[in-house]
Design a protein around this ligand. Structure first.
Ligand SMILES: *[C@@H]1O[C@H](CO)[C@@H](O)[C@H](O)[C@H]1NC(C)=O
Ligand SMILES: *[C@@H]1O[C@H](CO)[C@@H](O)[C@H](O)[C@H]1NC(C)=O
Ligand SMILES: *[C@@H]1O[C@H](CO)[C@@H](O)[C@H](O)[C@H]1NC(C)=O
Ligand SMILES: *[C@@H]1O[C@H](CO)[C@@H](O)[C@H](O)[C@H]1NC(C)=O
Length: 464
């Protein structure tokens, strides 16, 4: 009998402790979830461990690099700015209406939150982005030092960038660290025009017309996502559900703040639970899967000219062509990088991502946080080897880590294998034109044909 009261106390404690814990919400700071799809900080994911390939030396490298962390663009800034008003409503919910569930320290950091971006900096590279480019260039030079022994000039090194300001500034920052402050007197950054096939999707008229991305919006109607909306609304003290636009603005603010100021833990991130951040990450991955990924047929074809260029360079190295450059760097956006990866078959899942298979895609390859963060990059390195079956090898690196390419030996590919696999890309018809309609050209041809036919008929009648 003596044990009974304490047993009762224990029972009471069990009943009440969890609900006491729920009285106010605060994020668990010890292990925050920081993977924010294509707006993840590069420092969090790049592979810093590098091992030279035994008995092999790098003789050529080709790299595609996405721009470094940028400031939000005009639209995104607009969305984030409206959070100032929203923030005041959340504070009011807590302090005047007594509806909110945020702990006082969370509310206090929310009160201190402000967002200021100089309009002239919108959509430009940030100091963090510049630093990432600088450090990446230095690491690359260090790891592949044999590639960088040649005199620097327009023939030995090639740098291409598209016209986008953040991309061009990334290319400059990288080149300064790689080739020295005054690099421009030795090697120019060649501008890739907006209408070039090397830009990728954004300049592809067919793509703009064809891509219909309904999966991401369908995902916002799933029970998991609707539950997220209702949970976060309650947490912030709203009786009604907040809109998808507000949730998007909160998420944008969270991930930009994190990527721009690496050591911070942004207050808007902390309002979401870990599971909610993973749902939002999937939503973004799903969006990109159809916009730039395997979800739309046209996407993998757009990367063809870029891979053809790569294969041509590798071919020249294999043939010991002395005219070939030592390294080629291409700078672009997610659209360019991802279509390049698609043409190579990188980060491909056997089952497509859809709005309804979030749980089974938990271990997906198409995880933009790992594949396409800010400063994301793919490198192909040609190795000459002294031992083993073959002299010529190729290795792919994704975000500086060895990419375990299918058909290769822990990432090390025989050049023959790569050559065979992409042989079809070479030759005049290797990459069929996918972006611009051929019908105009063919209709001109048929006009010529009919005219010719008419003249023959006319001639035939004239003879009679
Ligand atoms: C900004 O938003 C408008 C309207 O939604 C859209 O037409 C435009 O393409 C967006 N611009 C950018 C750079 O995303
Ligand atoms: C090319 O695109 C960039 C970025 O979208 C833009 O700033 C520039 O004005 C465009 N150039 C031309 C010639 O259309
Ligand atoms: C792109 O546009 C420029 C200027 O308008 C033009 O000179 C060039 O030929 C175009 N390139 C392609 C590949 O269409
Ligand atoms: C909020 O959304 C949840 C989930 O869709 C729904 O059950 C609930 O009725 C909504 N609340 C309001 C006030 O509309």
């Amino acid at each position: 009998m003596k044990g009974q009261p304490s047993g009762l106390l224990l029972l009471l404690a069990l009943l009440f402790t969890p609900s006491m814990g729920q009285l106010c919400y605060e994020p668990t700071e010890s292990d925050p979830y920081l993977y924010f799809s294509h707006k993840t900080a590069y420092q969090l994911i790049y592979n810093s461990k590098f091992k030279p390939v035994p008995y092999c030396r790098p003789t050529f490298m080709w790299m595609y690099i996405r721009h470094g962390t940028s400031y939000p663009n005009t639209n995104e800034s607009l969305a984030i700015r409206q959070l100032h008003l929203f923030k005041d409503r959340v504070i009011k919910n807590h302090e005047e209406r007594g509806n909110g569930h945020l702990c006082k320290n969370v509310l206090d950091s929310l009160k201190r939150w402000e967002f200021e971006v100089n309009p002239t900096s919108e959509d430009d590279i940030s100091p963090q982005g510049r630093m990432d480019m600088n450090l990446m260039a230095k690491r690359t030079k260090d790891k592949m030092s044999e590639v960088f022994v040649k005199e620097i000039n327009q023939n030995t090194f090639k740098i291409y960038s598209n016209e986008d300001r953040k991309v061009m500034n990334s290319a400059e920052e990288f080149s300064k660290a790689m080739f020295g402050e005054g690099f421009k007197s030795k090697v120019q950054i060649e501008k890739v025009e907006n209408n070039s096939t090397f830009i990728g999707l954004e300049s592809c008229p067919k793509w703009t017309n064809e891509i219909r991305n309904s999966e991401a919006s369908l995902f916002r109607k799933t029970p998991e996502y609707l539950n997220l909306v209702s949970q976060i609304s309650k947490r912030l003290g709203f009786l009604d559900n907040i809109t998808d636009d507000i949730i998007y603005a909160m998420y944008e603010s969270c991930r930009y703040n994190k990527a721009l100021v690496l050591k911070s833990y942004p207050v808007w991130c902390g309002l979401f639970t870990r599971q909610e951040l993973q749902l939002l990450e999937y939503h973004e991955d799903l969006d990109y899967y159809y916009k730039y990924g395997y979800g739309s047929d046209i996407n993998s074809k757009v990367g063809c000219p870029i891979i053809r260029e790569l294969i041509e360079y590798l071919n020249a190295v294999a043939k010991d062509d002395v005219e070939r450059p030592s390294a080629v760097f291409r700078f672009g956006t997610s659209a360019g990088l991802l279509t390049t990866l698609l043409a190579l078959g990188v980060a491909k899942d056997s089952v497509p991502l859809t709005h309804s298979n979030y749980h089974s895609q938990y271990r997906r390859q198409w995880r933009m946080s790992q594949v396409d963060p800010f400063s994301a990059n793919l490198a192909a390195v040609f190795y000459k080897c002294d031992q083993g079956d073959e002299e010529n090898k190729v290795m792919f690196y994704l975000n500086e880590g060895v990419y375990d390419y299918q058909g290769c030996n822990v990432g090390l590919c025989s050049w023959k294998f790569i050559e065979d696999r992409f042989k079809e890309y070479l030759g005049p018809d290797g990459c069929s034109e996918v972006c611009h309609d051929q019908s105009k050209a063919s209709s001109i041809q048929s006009v010529v044909f009919i005219t010719a036919l008419l003249s023959i008929i006319v001639l035939a009648f004239a003879h009679v």
